[in-house]
Design a protein around this ligand. Structure first.
Ligand SMILES: [Zn+2]
Length: 263
């Protein structure tokens, strides 16, 4: 992505006060609560989001700017009817390093308050604004009327394991799963929804090393088919987290083991 020459040329993952002081950014829309800061480029008005602890800076894509400004005005939460459905859907918790802040996602079938159906609706409680890079559309939780379990949604335990898979090279982080006919497939990185080869997400089970895998059968999430719905982070929702199955190391545990083996 090409940014205007007057702006920082990338998102900054390590912000320093000196570096920030030199950037031509000034306060833009006020942000309610301890949820970060919105800055605007003094030359081109591009919006930038500075994380609440001032460690990371993200460009707000122009098409997301109106919702980011609405998000800034007040914290956004889904209605009670949606909260009631969360337990039956089950949470996916972001566990990998590199992604900014805490996040908890709930994939389902949804509808907006103005009656629009959302076949692939991913509700995400998160600490930052609705940037949603790569997603087809991004809404605020206050716009959602309904969320229910979807047959395309992958089971919570499988989803959770896809969040910790270790990058094995070539940009792949594969979770082996098995379809009802016994066929082995690989999910690449975190996957919430699946509908391919006549198989739906709900039917996939973890396979580990028990079946033979074809290296061509690799499936990544098609984010452009998903409507991301952003709600503000709430520690209480961690009670909906799905426990890891026994015998599966977390990303951190595996990283530590690798480190210890390195001479
Ligand atoms: Zn600029």
């Amino acid at each position: 992505m090409k940014y205007p020459a007057c702006c920082p040329q990338t998102n900054w993952m390590m912000v320093t006060p000196e570096r920030l002081g030199k950037a031509k950014l000034s306060p833009a829309a006020p942000v309610a609560g301890d949820r970060g800061t919105l800055l605007g480029c003094t030359k081109c008005d591009t919006l930038w989001y500075l994380k609440h602890d001032q460690t990371q800076l993200f460009r707000v894509p122009p098409d997301r700017a109106p919702r980011v400004t609405t998000w800034a005005a007040e914290p956004t939460q889904p209605p009670a009817a949606v909260i009631d459905a969360l337990e039956s859907i089950g949470a996916t918790r972001r566990t990998r390093w590199g992604a900014p802040g805490q996040a908890l996602t709930f994939p389902g079938r949804g509808a907006t308050r103005d009656g629009r159906e959302l076949p692939r609706c991913l509700l995400r409680f998160q600490q930052g604004p609705p940037l949603g890079l790569g997603y087809g559309e991004v809404l605020l939780a206050s716009e959602l009327a309904r969320l229910e379990p979807s047959p395309e949604a992958v089971e919570p335990v499988v989803r959770q394991v896809t969040t910790i898979e270790w990058e094995s090279g070539r940009g792949l982080a594969l979770t082996p799963v098995r379809a009802p006919n016994g066929e082995g497939l690989n999910l690449n990185w975190t996957v919430h929804f699946f509908s391919d080869l006549g198989v739906l997400g709900k039917d996939l089970v973890l396979a580990r090393q028990t079946v033979a895998f074809s290296s061509e059968k690799i499936f990544a999430e098609d984010k452009s088919s998903i409507t991301l719905v952003v709600a503000d982070w709430n520690e209480e929702h961690l009670r909906w987290c799905t426990p890891m199955p026994s015998g599966i190391q977390t990303w951190m545990e595996r990283a530590w083991t690798t480190y210890e083996r390195t001479p």
